[in-house]
Ligand binder design. Structure first.
Ligand SMILES: [Zn+2]
Length: 249
């Protein structure tokens, strides 16, 4: 890259990125880039412009339930554990308590660096997760159904210790990553009403306010399934119903 400085134009400055980023840049680079200084490193923010891929009309949907213990669970029964991410967040919280007690300038600086490191880690996890979900939907010619998460903080199914670790920006980010990766693959995405997804039986539709435990157990038809998988199946069928309504014409 080349940049203008007060001393004139500097040319042929090397930059690097992931193989995927470099491939995107080579193909779709558009306009100017911004140079940012952060955490003692220089970052180049470049823009790419990629044409929309036509969305294929899906017959059915892959439902995705987002959570804390399992970051994402699909209606196929695949659970993506949040173990690694939660461990990083726990360590960060402990460090923050220690550093805040100190209150010095260098402690504050270290805290800021750590916070960004944690955010980068979460972003990386979300990228990989979104890719897996989109690849699976594309492979099986399905759309993706997600909960509309605007009300996630109020969700009753989150027990208290979970609320503490709830990072709503991270959920939002995962939704955004899935949406843009799906758009690039021509995979349909639909957001569904999140109410009672975890309390409704995905087989018979009975809603029981006492559910869920870790295992969902229907008091009406006896159906039992992992709570997150049951929720994901409800999200999938709501996605199918919602798509049918929205595309009836
Ligand atoms: Zn039932």
């Amino acid at each position: 890259m080349s940049i203008w400085t007060i001393a004139g134009r500097l040319r042929a400055i090397a930059f690097t990125g992931s193989a995927q980023q470099l491939a995107l840049l080579a193909k779709y680079r558009k306009g100017e880039s911004d140079l940012m200084w952060r955490d003692g490193m220089w970052f180049l923010h470049a823009t790419v412009e990629i044409a929309d891929v036509p969305i294929a009309a899906p017959d059915s949907f892959l439902g995705v339930d987002l959570g804390i213990i399992n970051l994402a669970t699909t209606s196929d029964g695949v659970r993506h554990s949040g173990k690694g991410l939660n461990a990083v967040r726990r360590r960060h919280r402990q460090l923050r308590r220690r550093l805040q007690a100190k209150g010095t300038k260098s402690a504050k600086r270290l805290l800021k660096r750590r916070r960004r490191k944690e955010a980068r880690f979460a972003t990386d996890v979300n990228h990989r997760l979104a890719k897996q979900v989109v690849t699976e939907a594309e492979r099986t010619a399905r759309g993706i159904a997600l909960e509309d998460l605007r009300g996630i903080r109020d969700r009753v199914r989150l027990r208290k210790p979970q609320r503490v670790t709830l990072h709503s920006w991270s959920f939002h980010q995962l939704g955004v990553f899935i949406a843009y990766k799906a758009a690039r693959a021509g995979v349909a995405v639909i957001h569904v009403d999140p109410s009672h997804t975890s309390q409704e039986c995905s087989r018979c539709g009975h809603v029981d306010k006492n559910n869920p435990q870790e295992t969902f157990a229907c008091t009406s038809c006896g159906f039992a399934e992992h709570a997150d998988v049951n929720a994901a199946r409800n999200i999938a069928s709501r996605g199918k119903a919602g798509w049918a309504v929205g595309h009836a014409a």
